[in-house]
Design a protein around this ligand. Structure first.
Ligand code: SF4
Length: 82
């Protein structure tokens, strides 16, 4: 969004040419602290993050997809424990 002030090293461009948050090797937002699952730019997080409804429909869909992926990995690799 025009008023976002995210550090440029955390930005990427998607297939449609839009500026988006970069992702790390595991697909998480590049701004996340993977050890504590906290936003490292919380005070500078983009507007879309500020508007995201925790526990809302989109949140539940993302969590559902994450659980499905974890289940698939556990099925493919029985020794995998998330
Ligand atoms: S709040 Fe936004 S910028 Fe921060 S880690 Fe989550 S997705 Fe990334």
């Amino acid at each position: 969004m025009p008023d976002d002030n995210v550090p440029s090293y955390l930005l990427d461009t998607d297939e449609a040419g839009r500026t988006v948050m970069a992702r790390n090797d595991e697909g998480w937002c590049a701004a996340i602290d993977p050890y504590h699952l906290r936003c490292t730019i919380y005070s500078q997080r983009p507007a879309i993050c500020r508007q995201f409804d925790m526990g809302g429909d989109d949140c539940r869909l993302v969590r559902q997809e994450y659980r499905r992926q974890q289940h698939d990995l556990s099925t493919l690799f029985p020794s995998f424990h998330p």
